[in-house]
Design a protein around this ligand. Structure first.
Ligand code: PPS
Length: 286
């Protein structure tokens, strides 16, 4: 296996094995968002696949046939990757698209599109822990080293998709737009049904009570963990070493408490307060 390498595009790290500068420039400057697109925007390890599954189930009014038979990456192409973009361009509308891009690299066509954006954020300490574990299994991500080493990289934005702080702050500039919906992983965990109802309302989708029940049931951690179309177990061995980790790891809030020392957590808090001091919002983890 060749050594994992990243390249820097406009200050953000991307894995060389799955992204190219050409695709990133194409996505930013040429890719046309359509008015009926729904874009799932998420910093890595914050609930991307979960929200994608929810959106797919809503799209089919709770019928799980699609999510049980078509892989998640075919249902919701990851637009900043070469294969994801190829797939997005062939996708019959209405499209469901995924991205981890920070706002400054997002398609400029959003400025004149009514495409709907759903942004999911998660407690960054849990993101860090999830990212740390996932990095061990993904062949296109560098080995994270120790928790201490990865913590420093994470706090300094020296991880793929860049700084968590910049990502969240950048996207929060959209929060008052009618075509933007903000939710947290913690809200999904606390009240999945209520969250699904709010998402349906935002999307203008009317699902009856049984259909909502089916979305909730089929997007549960256990259903997704057992669904090979959603749990990444079908990812080729060239991309993922399945012996070293799983996408559906724990799916809980607060796992950081079992990984970070008191000193690491306090250090994290200091950096968080400094970097987020100009943000006039409160989050469930504050
Ligand atoms: S990725 O690889 O960046 O796209 O990862 P992402 O999907 O954003 O995040 C993976 C984490 O989300 C958890 N997950 C879920 N939690 C609860 N319920 C459901 N249905 C669910 N689906 C995915 C997954 O377990 C990862 O979190 P950790 O903490 O590692 O378990």
């Amino acid at each position: 296996m060749s050594e994992v390498t990243y390249f820097t595009h406009k200050g953000i790290l991307f894995p060389i094995n799955i992204c190219t500068r050409e695709t990133l420039l194409y996505v930013e400057n040429e890719f046309q968002l359509l008015d009926d697109d729904v874009v799932n925007v998420v910093y890595p390890k914050s609930g991307t696949n979960w929200m994608a599954e929810i959106l797919c189930l809503i799209h089919h009014k709770g019928d799980p046939t699609w999510v049980q038979n078509v892989s998640l990456w075919d249902r919701t192409p990851w637009i900043e990757t070469g294969t994801g973009m190829e797939h997005a361009l062939k996708y019959p509308p209405p499209r469901l698209l995924n991205t981890h891009l920070p706002i400054q690299l997002f398609p400029k066509s959003i400025l004149h599109s009514k495409a709907k954006i759903i942004y999911t954020a998660r407690n960054p300490k849990d993101v860090l822990v999830s990212f740390y574990h996932f990095s061990k299994s993904q062949r296109y991500l560098k080995d994270p080293g120790t928790v201490e080493e990865f913590l420093e990289k994470f706090l300094n934005g020296k991880v793929t998709s860049g700084s968590w702080f910049d990502h969240v702050k950048g996207w929060m500039e959209m929060k008052d737009r009618a075509n933007f919906f903000f939710i947290t992983y913690e809200e999904l965990k606390q009240d999945l049904r209520g969250s699904v109802e709010r998402i349906c309302h935002f999307l203008g989708k009317e699902l009856n009570s049984q259909q909502i029940d089916s979305v909730v049931e089929n997007a549960s951690f256990h259903k997704m963990k057992d669904n090979k179309m959603s749990n990444l177990s079908l990812l080729p061995d060239t991309l993922m070493d399945h012996t070293k980790g799983k996408l559906m790891r724990k799916g809980i809030c607060g796992d950081w408490k079992t990984h970070l020392t008191v000193a690491q957590s306090e250090h994290f808090d200091r950096v968080y307060q400094e970097k987020m001091r100009d943000v006039k919002m409160t989050f469930p983890w504050d």
